[in-house]
Design a protein around this ligand. Sequence first.
Ligand code: ADP
Ligand code: GLC
Length: 472
Amino acid sequence: MRGVLYAAAEGLPYIKSGGLADVIGSLPQCIDHDKYQVAVVMPMYKKIIDKFEMEKVADFPVQSGIINKQASLYKDVSNGIDYYFIRQDDYFYRDGMYGFADDGERFAFYCKAVLEMLKFVPFKIDIIHTHDWHTGMIPILAKKEYTDEYHNSIKHVFTIHNLAFQGNFPRELMNCFNLHSRYFDNGDLKFDTGMSFMKGAIVYADKITTVSNSYAGEILSPEFGERLNEALSYRRNDLWGIVNGIDTDSWNPETDKNLFAHYSLKNMANKKKNKRDLQRRLGLREDDNVLLMGMVSRLTWQKGVSLLIEKMSTIMGQDVQLIILGTGDNYIENQLKRIEFDYPHRAVFYCGYDEALSHSIYAGVDMFLMPSLFEPCGISQLISMRYGTLPLVREVGGLRDTVVPYNEYTKAGTGFTFKNFSGDDFIYMIKYAIEVFYYRKDDWKKMMKNAMKEDVSWQKSALLYDQLYSCL
Ligand code: ADP
Ligand code: GLC
């Protein structure tokens, strides 16, 4: 039996801002527990402290360069998995998780604390599976700062969920580690004139994965490589693309507690009741027959909301309704706030983060929009398919790998796809989807079934992670 520790900055059921939390809340459960003993570790933010009561395991000092603080380790069990939390209130007892001026120091502390807490885990950790830049310094610290056999023998897998967020900081941040300056000077950590957590992980992890096959290829190119494509190209033989799954128990239209009416492949009629309920609750005209489109998203440039805003009047010139749930960039939020005034009872923007409402939207809408500029994997289109809601996506990254485009001749398909990141291509596909919805109802129904039959669980991908761990 080998020990695997998952380290990440967020994870369900404790805290979530995006798909990373979905992954951390579900992948550890799906790994073969006859072969691997697993645990998860994340920072203990204010929101977690305020909401969850848990057992304290230990207090311990964290000394890392100029950082010299006490940390506490807490533990909770969820779905049979041990979740550990690093508590340090100066760093993490704040409203929000990221986006603070001292994020570099906060996550430098976290990386070091993860390596210090290993002694309190009751089994030996053989593999640390780190996720995204917040954990990026763990491999180099374990290999170069520690000199003991335990830390040096650990193998490291680093998963890139989003290469656009790299954890790049001024050179002075090196002072937060006890690392020799040569690791900066030789280029391992250097990025422009500063240092990069993400680059450190790319250089020092034993294996690198990202969350879809297509994205694994894309990030080797300048277009998607975010200026780390060369560093990644050096590691291309150790780079795997493994597509995400979702937790098919919590995302299940037959049992989902947030739904107005449960439904399944055999009882699709009830899906319409969710649509009615959603329309009623959000003040839209109640109508079973109109095409109701939805979006649940972080509102950032990545998600292609600009295409939606650009084509809003053309889209709303069709016989459709639109619901958007999201929060993010002020500029995008302000643009979207207009739609309720411009298209009363036909469009609604719910500005914020709301887990329960998101479930109602996945179940209640007919079509889900995801015109992303780039998309490492995407969880939302997987959830949509599971709920018989057809995704309309751009053919990029994980969206390309998971959504089968509608074929009007064979009737195959689980959604609609378009290629170029352009408003015209987007609107062309929306109009095409509208036509299918109104005039080829049987095709639409067939696609809903195809989508619901799609395997969006972790089953296949968990086996791939197993294979990957076996290489270490
Ligand atoms: P990303 O991780 O890039 O944000 P994903 O599609 O991988 O995109 O995952 C997004 C996850 O976050 C989905 O589970 C989605 O339902 C959820 N989500 C995003 N925005 C919101 C919101 N405003 N309210 C509730 N859930 C949201
Ligand atoms: C990132 C990506 C998203 C992916 C998620 C989980 O947030 O933007 O595409 O699904 O991580 O891997």
